[in-house]
Design a protein around this ligand. Structure first.
Ligand SMILES: NC(=O)c1ccc[n+]([C@@H]2O[C@H](COP(=O)([O-])OP(=O)(O)OC[C@H]3O[C@@H](n4cnc5c(N)ncnc54)[C@H](OP(=O)(O)O)[C@@H]3O)[C@@H](O)[C@H]2O)c1
Length: 321
């Protein structure tokens, strides 16, 4: 094992170019290879993004100079490529949602065994989330988190984008609804919701453009979320307790300019600025530390992914026909 963790990327994806690679490099890693279905596209992508070489998905997985694999292909292909990657013994970070439903996630976890496999939610590793957890503790300034009101809206303008394709696992619930669910499970310390009411706006192709839901968690804790792919961007989130509330500009990908505000009795009493580092950096650093044997893995898919998939299934099933 070299001191520098060597990454291979599956898919010449936007998220890999704009979020993963800069953060992985900031965490001290290097990208040795990118795999693609198309040699011309991957050669150009490798050159534009300073990745060592362009090759196929299979060659990335077989490569001796790849310690960890980042998978950024459309949602319907996550399980297959994550299972193949996990079988190589390399560390694997697969984009969210890990599977299209709980049955797929269970199949993947079964095939992956005790592999180092993470679903690519990065905020559990972010210092802002550690701050939220501290502020939400029962003795903390908001008197414990009882309700989360969260949105994740943005515009997906290109009709060919995989988010608009039913066959590729598109739709707002899977693409962005998974974030507030992950946040609520983390802050409520709960595995999954116990009851869900939901509604959605669906295209003629059966893709949910917008999705909203009320989810009950154990202990009378509640998540209300609204997500979608055709409104102006917002990740604004309120976390409410008996004695105060937190207003969070971006709980999912905090970066320069994002804040957490503490409000008590109608007054803003404190403000924290987010770490300006790339939002993916802390997660990339964690994986690198695990690969080097410097720390024990946290938030592996084997412990964290089932509850998200189960809650997504409940939300989907709760939409009236
Ligand atoms: N964690 C996060 O914050 C975050 C943010 C955005 C997106 N994501 C996730 O990342 C994944 C990629 O999203 P993206 O927006 O970056 O997608 P994208 O730019 O469209 O990239 C997807 C890549 O998948 C590969 N691919 C394989 N089969 C394909 C097919 N049949 N059609 C289209 N592409 C195919 C393509 O690479 P080749 O042609 O080179 O093989 C393509 O470049 C999704 O699962 C998404 O949910 C996560």
């Amino acid at each position: 094992m070299t001191a520098q963790v060597r990454w291979g990327v599956l898919g010449t994806a936007n998220i890999a170019a704009h979020a993963f690679l800069p953060a992985m490099r900031a965490a001290g890693g290097v990208a040795t290879a990118v795999g693609s279905r198309d040699p011309e596209r991957s050669a150009a992508w490798a050159s534009d993004n300073e990745v060592g070489r362009a090759t196929t998905y299979g060659d990335v997985l077989a490569a001796d100079d790849v310690d960890a694999v980042y998978i950024a292909v459309p949602n319907d292909q996550h399980v297959e490529w994550a299972a193949r990657a996990a079988a190589t013994g390399k560390a694997v970070v697969c984009e969210k949602p890990l599977g299209l439903n709980l049955a797929e996630v269970d199949d993947l976890l079964d095939r992956a065994g005790d592999a180092l496999l993470w679903e690519a939610f990065v905020f559990p590793f972010h210092p802002q989330t550690a701050l939220l957890r501290r502020l939400c503790s029962p003795g903390g300034p908001i008197g414990g988190a009882r309700e989360i009101i969260s949105e994740f809206h943005f515009r997906v303008t290109h009709p060919d984008n995989n988010r608009w394709q039913a066959a590729q696992g598109g739709g707002a619930l899977l693409d962005v609804g998974c974030y507030p669910i992950r946040l609520a499970r983390l802050l409520f310390d709960a595995d999954a919701a116990v009851r869900v009411a939901a509604t959605s706006a669906t295209t003629p192709d059966g893709v949910d453009a917008e999705f909203a839901a009320v989810l009950d968690f154990p202990g009378e804790q509640r998540l209300l979320f609204s997500v979608g792919m055709r409104r102006c961007p917002s990740t604004y989130t309120r976390i409410l307790g008996d004695t105060g509330e937190l207003r969070v500009s971006n709980p999912f990908h905090p970066t320069d300019g994002d804040t957490v505000e503490l409000w008590q009795d109608g007054e803003r009493s404190e403000v924290w600025a987010a770490d300006p580092a790339p939002a993916f950096q802390h997660a990339a650093q964690h994986v690198a530390d695990v690969v080097r044997g410097a720390t024990r893995p946290r938030h592996l898919a084997s412990t964290d992914a089932r509850g998200n998939a189960a809650t997504l299934d409940m939300a989907r099933a709760a939409v009236p026909a």
